[in-house]
Design a protein around this ligand. Sequence first.
Ligand SMILES: [Zn+2]
Length: 238
Amino acid sequence: MSDPSPLSYRLRVHHRARHVRLRVTPHGELVITVPPGFDETALAPILARRADWIRDMQARQARQREADPHGGGLRPREIRLAAIDEHWQVHYRPGAARILHAMPQARTLRLAAEADDTAVGRALRQWLQRRARAVLPDWLAEVSAETGLRYRSVGIRGQRSRWGSCSARGHISLNRNLLFLPPDAVRYLLVHELCHTLHLNHSPAFWQAVARHQVDYRAQEACLREAATRLPLWVHAI
Ligand SMILES: [Zn+2]
């Protein structure tokens, strides 16, 4: 049985879209992508046909938000950066001068209560970016010195689908979300990218090089894959 109340949605026109695509975001919003020139009145029968699926997806996303181990999807109450053993409290205060004010001594973030979820998410991502930039390049330099594997430069980004990458010129790009992982998994990722300075592929020779510096690399690889599914909702833009 589908609920008779009308579904609300956000319409996105995409110039490369060939047909109508429905997606439910982690926040439960229905996003409909359509090709240019699409007649919106044609949506009604599509929505009627997919109504059960949409509500199932929204219910599933709601359950996931509740189960979010970081204590709240979009407006977290606490943030655990396992990689560097930091546990931050987040307070929402009305009338704050800035959207985000970090108090490192108290491991506390103060956020403006009036800011909407999008602004809160953006401010938290900027803060995480600064935290990652303060920590990950030095960590990479340490592992480089320890393993003797050299790289040219390092950058920090917020990639959606990868923890890191290494270019042919030896530029290593690291995902700021590595801060949510256990330290061993971060070290493994650093070793992995450094080994790409020797082999720009995942050949047997590459994995031999990885194994030389990180014996339990298979377990760590599984840890990275699993952790990617447990990141807090705010780490990516909606
Ligand atoms: Zn790789």
